[in-house]
Structure formats: structure tokens, C-alpha cells
Write a protein that binds this ligand. Sequence first.
Ligand code: COA
Length: 287
Amino acid sequence: MEFEFDIHKIFLEPISKLDSSLLPQRRPLVSSSEAQRQIVAVIDEIGKASAKAQRLPAPITSASRMQTNQHHLYILKDCTPKTAGRGVVIGFLKVGYKKLFVLDHSGSHIEAEPLCILDFYIHESLQRHGFGKELFAFMLRTEQVEPQHLAIDRPSEKFLSFLRKHYNLRSTIPQVNNFVVFEGFFRDRKAPGRKMPAKRAEGEIKPYSLSERDFLKHEEGLPWPFSQAQSSLNRASSLGSSPTRACPRHNPGEEDFVKSLRTFRPHSLQRAASGEQEDPSQRRRTR
Ligand code: COA
């Protein structure tokens, strides 16, 4: 991806890591306001390209979402002499810690806060050249995490193939949310998850941990679980996706309920649907 400005002046390293400040560790060679403007443009553009590649209705990576979340964004630029001009961005990887309820082999819910892969994209013209592996391996080293300890937000077929090939990640542990975890997720962790009590009625523990992509559903009309549009968002390739729910029967009282839900903040929807009370301490966690 090319830009009208010099990528090498804002990203001095082959791979730059950004957090909510949107500033790389090595100071850009342009003024900070100009660097900020250019970095915002890069993030918004690569976020759009990733959404398009994954056929998502809207980007899940943008500068504004980066600024309001504790995510880490790794951006890979091309350093080869043939693009020595203004440089190009090859792709990016976005990760972040999320509080999830993860099912173990026995079906018990474990409360964990793993590092999650939230978005990953290499430009179409450069896929299958090893750039994805380079970026991913850099992230693993920087975050000091083993690949089997990651949770992955709805991986695409390409990404599943990537994980099989490079990290031998094959068997998944079935989940009821949209995150995929692999065999080995619970083994040899530095900070083990907290096991929840065996009794586990769904209403008690809220197993549907919010995915990075869940906000997209709310931009598409009726909120979950009433929206039929959700099925188009759940890619066939997703593993461990939410269980299929029966289509809600037409009911005038329900329509009023749905209308009232539309005015809620997205993460209030699940609480409202289950009659659960809002817990203010959870608000930031599940964004
Ligand atoms: N079809 C199937 N598998 C593919 C693929 C494709 N078009 N592109 C990459 N892969 C997988 C394969 O396992 C491939 O190995 P192979 O060529 O021997 O079959 C391996 O990735 C190549 O590794 P690498 O070159 O390091 O990966 P990459 O630079 O192509 O990056 C992705 C991998 C997934 C980031 C990249 O394909 C991509 O951006 N895809 C579109 C967006 C996407 O699906 N992102 C994941 C979001 S959850």
C-alpha cells in the first residue's frame, strides 16, 4: 500500500509497534502533528483494506479505535531497495488482551485474559511471501507469548492454514463464543486462568465474550439476537462460533422491546436481552 507521503519518515523500523498514542518507539522524522496525521491515514487505510479482504461490512481497525483501546498494532513496511522511494506498507497485525470465558476440555468455563489476535492483513499482492510469518513471529517475541496461548477472533481459512503451516496449530478446543483456541491453550501458562464453579447456567456467567467484530452487528440494523443479518457476518470458516439460534417468531410485544434496545449502547444489549443488571466495572473490559 502506497501513500502520498514518505512511509520511511514515520516508520523508521521494518516493523513498528503502535499503541493508543499512535506513536512508534522511534521518533518520526517529521513534526509530531504531521506524523500523527500521516499515521492516522495509514491505519485507516490498512484497516479498510483488511475489512475488504475479509468481507467485513466496516473496518475493525481504525485510528480512532486504536486510540480508545489498549491494543497493539504492528505495521510492516517494505525495506527492499526496489521500493526505496516513499516506501510501502505491506501489512499489519493487531493484538490485545481480552477477558474471555474459555471452555476447557471438560466443558468448564475458565475466566482468562489471553492475548487475542484481533486483525491480521497482508496486502493481496504480497501474500504467501513469508511476510505474515515475519510479522507474526515479531509479535510473539515482543509480546513474549507462545502461539498456542493466543485466542483468535474468528480466523479466516487463510489464517487457519497459516497457523497450521507455521505453528502446527491444528486441533481446536470447541468454544461457545467467536474466539478460537487451540490444544495447548491451558498448558504451561505463566498466569493460569481462574476456574469458575462447576455449576454453569448460561445466564450466570455470560459466556459470550465480546469479539472485536461484535460492534459491526450493531451497525447492521437489529441487534443480536434478533438480527438475522448476523449470519452473514459469521463466516463459514469460523470455528467455535456462537451456537445457531432459532429465528425469533414475530411478536408485536417483542418489536417494542427491540426498538427500545436500539437506543442502548452495544454492550448493554446482551445484558438487556438477558435481563441482567449493568455492572459498571465490566464496561471498559468488554469494549
Ligand atoms: N489461501 C490459503 N492459504 C493461505 C493463503 C491463501 N490465499 N495465503 C496465505 N495462506 C497461508 C498458507 O498456509 C500459506 O502457506 P502455503 O503458501 O504453503 O499454502 C501461508 O499462509 C503463507 O504464510 P505467509 O506467507 O507467512 O503468510 P501471508 O503473508 O500470506 O499472511 C495472512 C497470512 C492470513 C495474514 C494473509 O493471507 C491475509 O492477509 N489474508 C487476508 C486477510 C485475512 O484472512 N486475515 C486473517 C484475519 S482473521
